[in-house]
Design a protein. Structure first.
Length: 342
């Protein structure tokens, strides 16, 4: 049985071929009519055509069925030729308009059902739809990132910067439709449709999806969410940079809230989109600086450096006299006007 996606792709190919044929036929008729009517009618003094532009003007009126009537054809051969132009010219132009309209409609339908191949570059691919999927998609779009959602159902939000590909990250062709070759980041959630499966089996599918993405684009930054922490080691062996275990963070917050209420509240405030505090990262241009200059500049904006990320991992805030060597700075940003100075 032929899938709807395959059927529409075949129709799209046919329409694209027809569009080229209609365009070529319309151009041929336009050139033929302009030159032939000029050669036939120009010698007749009472004719309305005495230049190629007037002949072109008459041709455009005719094939678009506008017919102002300000340019007239009076000769018998000119009228016979005009009949030919009316039949084939109007037909070819109408065929062109129908082909263009069908192409636009086809692209809209393909995009709606997730059968369209994305043309995005340097974008983020989100695979499958988790319980927090809507918030995550909105957060990515809020950062003005181009986004492709790859999953088995239409995403819950509609945005011009969001492309939908109906499929699975387990399939190479679906990843290619989502533009995996040119993506900068891939985020893979456990497939919610497989919730009836064993968590280890679901994690195996997630890790295999990530390995497919890594094979097709070795440079992409890959983030996965696993259901079982014991599978994290398998994910790391697959070259996955960021691994998040479902429920682990929420358990940690509960523990911290019980033992140290303010610490738990602070972490939760950072994680909430509407919180007063957020963590961001920053990499500066140039290395001819010392950290004292960097700290003063950042703290003037009501922010504070809390750690740095180097090749060997995350390290505490460097001494003020240390030289900056291109590390990524982790910055605590206070959204309110409260002071951050000690």
């Amino acid at each position: 049985m032929v899938s709807i996606s395959a059927f529409l792709n075949n129709i799209k190919k046919l329409l694209r071929d027809n569009l080229w044929k209609a365009s070529i036929l319309s151009v041929i008729m336009l050139i033929y009519s302009t030159i032939s009517e000029y050669l036939i009618e120009n010698p007749i003094n009472s004719s309305g055509i005495h230049s190629l532009f007037e002949s072109l003007w008459w041709t455009m009126q005719t094939i678009t069925t506008v017919g102002y009537g300000d340019v007239t054809i009076v000769g018998t051969y000119g009228k016979l030729n005009a009949m030919l132009v009316m039949v084939f010219g109007i037909g070819s132009f109408s065929f062109l308009l129908v082909s263009i309209a069908a192409e636009i409609l086809d692209a809209t339908i393909l995009r709606r059902i997730g059968a369209k191949v994305t043309r995005m570059k340097d974008h983020v691919i989100v695979c499958n739809y988790g319980s927090n999927g809507k918030e995550i998609l909105e957060s990515i779009l809020k950062e003005k990132e181009s986004l492709v959602y790859l999953g088995g159902s239409k995403p819950p939000i509609d945005n011009d910067k969001l492309d939908f590909v109906n499929g699975s990250p387990l399939e190479d062709e679906d990843l290619k439709k989502a533009g995996i070759m040119s993506a900068k980041m891939v985020v893979i959630f456990p497939d919610e449709r497989s919730t009836g499966k064993n968590p280890n089996a679901t994690d195996a599918e997630t890790i295999l999806s990530a390995m497919n993405a890594r094979r097709l684009n070795p440079d992409a930054f890959i983030i996965v969410e696993l259901m079982n922490e014991s599978n994290s080691s398998h994910a790391r062996k697959g070259g996955i940079q960021e691994i998040i275990v479902r429920g682990k963070l929420s358990s940690y917050l509960i523990m911290k809230s019980i033992k140290e209420g303010n610490v738990g509240k602070f972490i939760q405030n950072i994680l909430e989109p509407t919180g007063q505090v957020e963590i961001s990262e920053l990499t500066l241009n140039g290395k001819e600086k010392i950290y004292r200059e960097i700290y003063e500049s950042i703290e003037a904006e009501n922010k504070r450096v809390i750690a740095v990320v180097g090749k060997q991992g995350i390290f505490p805030k460097p001494n003020e006299d240390s030289k900056y060597n291109g590390e990524t700075l982790l910055i605590l940003n206070f959204k309110s006007n409260q002071s951050v100075k000690a």
